[in-house]
Design a protein around this ligand. Structure first.
Ligand code: DGT
Ligand code: CA
Ligand code: CA
Ligand code: ZN
Length: 584
């Protein structure tokens, strides 16, 4: 097991021990151990191999064994036993925003509630507000957390859904009976969250495909097993439908089940205006004389073998699935005005990533190597600033040291990737910045983000962020609504005013490409870019693997109709350096 996963388990042990009300010294030992591992620069494997883990400061004797066991076997009986010793309902409660181990324990001790349903009932009866240390406000927060959790439980992050869909799709395509197969629906439209998966396959022999589908690894329930349609549920709750159609229907079925519903409605209207009824099976001419005498009109494919031909049949350019949201894409396709969307290969580097200097898990060297492996020309490192103390944010002094370290790295010639030195500087509650102007000036660029006082009024929050945007050192605005998809609602903010201020001050707004954020939302990008807003795709990576999130960011940029020119990451290293320099 790698270091990052070991840290996750140690941190989970902390929460579980808190929940049990275990000895505070023991709890602190695990918390300290996790933090020490996080900031450890040496290779964990090398230390373990040398038998030196026990002499690392902050790693107590009880932890040495456990970390070594996790490292070598990937498992830890102590941890699984601990988890099993706690009622599953209590562990579920930890998923409610704002409820950690200590609070869940307080509630349990006071009221004996052991499930989310019981917790909701207790909140509704005002019993939680009466517990010492809680109040009406935290009770309301728990209630809305439960409500959101239920609404959210039905959907899944795109990134997770794709990981489930990919092996199924590959498997389908490799079956001898399958001519072609595609994942349709919201997954194909690159929506930020996915309700269920919709697979379409072309074949004249559906039964073996159905039988294969319902016996896949990860299927925990088969909800339908028909001749041409089956439905299953995977571990983790995601459901999937598979439909098998004859090859000549495939483009029509694929188009129909890709949706969106609004897009389909608009396409059908267009078809009707041209004398056809369009469905998932094909096209039917609408001839009034035949309809009158009651004779059947045949459904035909009109020689259409691809979605491209289907669009062409109706005088349209091919519309990329991610644009099919019923937002005037058909009008644009009719007049040849669809954008040449940005593609993953346009991305030359990314900004806003973290290192071990704050709460990231990889060093400058490791991040640069990972960026190089992705084929990037440059990498922006933007660790947290000091107000984000829980993330080990950097003081002015530490920022300047980091600038030196990055300069030394660049001069060492160790990597073909150029590092831009940045910061993710906190926007304080009054809109002032967390670092001195002189510190900010020493950097190549600065991303400004809100990480505190989320409950300000819309007016306060909007004024706060605009004040930060107007600061001359601000080059990018980070995750402008703070939303965590399926978990935390955006804070209240007037984004149209923010967009206007960003354009007026030549500030870039990021697409935070973490699959749990995807903030700013794709729905706003088309209009904003038309008005001149520049975008940066920022994975907000806290480890080397997460640099890959840039792909989720490109998805959102495409959904937002963005062309390469609107995105800073498509410029080469010199172009980016020039953009930063001109902004000074
Ligand atoms: P999801 O699963 O909630 O993330 O979203 P979708 O878009 O995947 O929706 P889903 O799975 O219910 O249906 C897949 C597609 O099938 C949908 O995007 C459009 C098409 N479709 C489903 N129901 C209807 C309908 O009642 N009318 C029309 N025109 N199309 C439909
Ligand atoms: Ca779906
Ligand atoms: Ca579906
Ligand atoms: Zn942030």
């Amino acid at each position: 097991m790698n270091k990052a996963d070991i840290i996750d388990i140690l941190e989970e042990i902390v929460v579980l021990l808190e929940l049990k009300g275990d000895n505070p010294f023991k709890i602190r030992a695990y918390a300290t151990g996790a933090r020490v591992l996080e900031t450890m620069e040496e290779d964990l494997g090398a230390i373990i191999d040398a038998g030196e883990l026990g002499s690392v400061k902050g790693i107590g004797s009880a932890l040495v064994d456990k970390i070594e066991t996790l490292y070598t076997t990937g498992e830890l009986e102590y941890y699984t036993d601990l988890r099993d010793s706690i009622a599953p309902g209590l562990i579920e409660m930890l998923e409610i925003p704002g409820l950690g181990g200590k609070k869940v324990k307080k509630i349990y001790d006071a009221l004996g509630v052991e499930s989310i349903d019981a917790l909701r009932a207790a909140c509704e009866a005002g019993e939680v507000a009466a517990i010492k240390g809680f109040g009406k406000k935290s009770e309301d927060k728990i209630l809305s957390g439960i409500a959101n959790r239920e609404a959210y439980a039905k959907r899944h992050h795109w990134w997770t859904a794709r990981a489930v869909a990919e092996p199924i799709l590959e498997g389908l395509r490799s079956l001898p009976e399958v001519e072609c197969a595609e994942a349709a629906g919201s997954l194909r439209r690159l929506r930020e969250t996915v309700g269920d998966l919709d697979f379409i396959a072309a074949s004249s022999d559906a039964q073996p495909i159905m039988d294969w589908f319902v016996t896949q690894v990860g299927v925990v329930e088969v909800t339908a097993h028909g001749q041409t349609k089956s439905s299953v549920r995977f571990e983790g709750g995601l459901q999937a439908d598979l439909r098998v159609v004859p090859a000549d229907q495939f483009p029509f079925a694929l188009h129909h089940f890709t949706g969106s519903k609004d897009h389909n409605v608009a396409m059908r209207q267009r078809a009707l205006a041209k004398g056809y009824s369009l469905s998932e099976w094909g096209l039917k001419e609408v001839r009034s004389e035949e309809l009158k005498d009651g004779s059947e009109v045949e459904i035909q494919g009109h020689g259409i073998t691809s979605e491209k031909q289907l669009f062409e049949f109706f005088g349209l350019e091919e519309i990329a699935p991610e644009l099919r949201e019923g937002l005037a894409e058909i009008e644009a396709a009719e007049s040849g005005k669809l954008p040449s969307l940005i593609e993953p290969s346009d991305i030359r580097g990314v900004f806003h990533n973290h290192t071990t200097a704050s709460d990231g898990r990889a060093t400058i060297e490791e991040m640069a190597a990972a960026a190089e492996a992705l084929g990037f020309d440059y990498l922006g490192l933007a660790d947290h600033s000091k107000a984000s103390f829980q993330a080990n944010g950097l003081s002015d002094e530490r920022v300047l040291k980091m600038v030196d370290a990055i300069r030394a790295f660049n001069e060492s010639g160790e990597s073909s990737v150029h590092i831009f030195s940045g910061i993710e500087c906190d926007i304080l509650p009054d809109g002032s910045l967390d670092l001195e102007d002189s510190t900010l000036e020493a950097l190549d660029y600065a991303v400004m983000s809100v990480h505190s006082s989320f409950s300000q009024s819309e007016q306060e929050m909007t004024a706060r962020v605009i004040r930060a945007i107007e600061h001359p050192a601000t080059m990018m605005l980070g995750h402008p609504t703070g939303r965590i998809l399926l978990r935390r609602e955006p804070y209240k903010i007037d984004l149209q005013k923010i967009i206007d201020a960003a354009i007026a001050n030549r500030v870039i707004i990021e697409i935070n490409a973490n699959p749990h954020r995807l903030d700013m939302d794709w729905r706003l990008w088309r209009g904003a870019a038309e008005r001149g807003l520049m975008c940066a795709i920022n994975p907000d990576a806290h480890n080397t693997q997460s640099l890959e999130f840039y792909l989720a960011g490109v998805n959102i940029a495409r959904k937002g109709w963005l062309v390469p020119e609107a995105v800073l990451n498509t410029r080469d290293c010199a172009g980016v350096a020039q953009w930063f320099a001109e902004r000074r």
